[in-house]
Each structure stands twice: as C-alpha cells, then as structure tokens.
Design a protein around this ligand. Sequence first.
Ligand code: SAM
Length: 231
Amino acid sequence: RLSMRLERVAIHIPKGSILADIGSDHAYLPCYAVGNGLCDRAIAGEVVEGPYQSARKQVAMTGLEDKIEVRKGDGLEVLNPDEATCITICGMGGTLISSILESGKEKLGIAKRLILQPNVGAANVRSWLIDNGWELSGEEILEEDGKIYEILIAEKGDPLRPYRVNKQNGLMFGPYLTEEFSPTFIKKWQFEKKHLERIIEQLDESGRSGLETKRHELKSQISIIEEVLER
Ligand code: SAM
C-alpha cells in the first residue's frame, strides 16, 4: 500500500498528465498513479544507482514498463522541456527541492502543475515559487508515523496572490495552511515552538557569552509562532 503521504500527493495529479517524479526512489508514486489511471504516462528520475535500480525493479514488477520510463540523472536533467505536464518532487528537504527546480528551470517547459513535498524547510520552496512565477494553488498538511508533512501545489499564475494578507508569515506557515488552521498545523507549530524554547534553554545553560543576538532571534521566532497560534 502506498503511504498516506504519497497518496495525498497523488490526489493532486491532474487526470491525463504526463508525470515526472524526480527523486523517485522505488517509483512507488508513478506506479500508483499510472496503475490507478491517475495519469497516462510517467517518468521516474533518480540520481543514485541503488534507488534507480529499485525503481526499475518496481516498474517491472508492476508490469508498467511501457508506460513508466525510469531515467538516471540529476534532478530535472532527465527530462526534455516538452515532456512532463506535472512534476512531483517529494520526501526531500526544501532546500534540495528548490535547488533541483532552480538548476532545471529550462526543463519546466510545458509543466502545468508542480506538487512538492518538502520534509523540512517548506518556506524555502514557497520563496522559490514566488521568485519564479509559480502561484501556490493549494497546500496540505498531514501526520503519518509520528511525522508531519506538508504538500505544496503550484501552477503558473500570480505568485503573490496567496500572500496578500501577510507575506512573511505566509512563507513560513503557508497561506492556505494558516487559513485552514487544522489540528495537525497547530501540533506542528506547537512542536516547533517547544523546540526553539529548548534551544534557548541550552544556550542559557551553556553559560557562553556573545549569544545575545542568537537568543533574541530565537525569541522573536517564538513570538511569531505564538501570534499565529493565538489568532
Ligand atoms: N520521492 C520518494 C518519496 O517521497 O517517498 C523518495 C524520497 S527519498 C527520501 C529521496 C530520493 O531522492 C532518494 O532516492 C535520492 O537518491 C533522490 N535524490 C536526491 N537528490 C536527487 C537529485 N538531485 N536528482 C534525482 N534524485 C535525487
């Protein structure tokens, strides 16, 4: 069975898409999407030999070799610019996702939708989208196996539209997730707040001097989180 995390990603693949799943590992997502008729064809990209072989095996096992091509290479370099209409990049840090998008910009050619699932650092991905003319069109947050995941969906459009209320907070918390204010969202930010408080305690216990700026920075992050949680 597919993880709930990838199932929630798959829900957002437009019907009839040509999907490119970058950093596909076992190619579970493209196999699920093509196998369930969510999209017609898919490309699974992997840069590391082991996961590349796992992807090939999985595609062969599901008998979908004629519809899913597994390609080895770094990020979007495995694509032609006019190939994929939907691109998924999941299960990595936000910085890595942004750098894959940045270095493969010219391969985004006919892509209509990006579905990105950063494990951490979603703010980084949101900024990249803004800087590159992609409008965040939806977000999801979910908890699975004790971890909280965010999914960002983007389409070409007005990148600032979702951030009219508060750009700075929007980048960090996600404009749709803030609006929705789900129990999982609250849990995530309560957890982040505790984490920052623990760092401050450790700074104080270390007894080192010259940490005032750092302390101040952490304090202000905490008060931003409190403000959002206490709305
Ligand atoms: N996307 C799958 C998921 O969400 O379950 C797999 C996530 S796995 C943690 C991340 C995968 O991305 C690894 O298999 C890794 O080899 C691959 N990866 C990392 N950087 C990459 C890059 N620049 N290009 C292609 N694949 C990459």
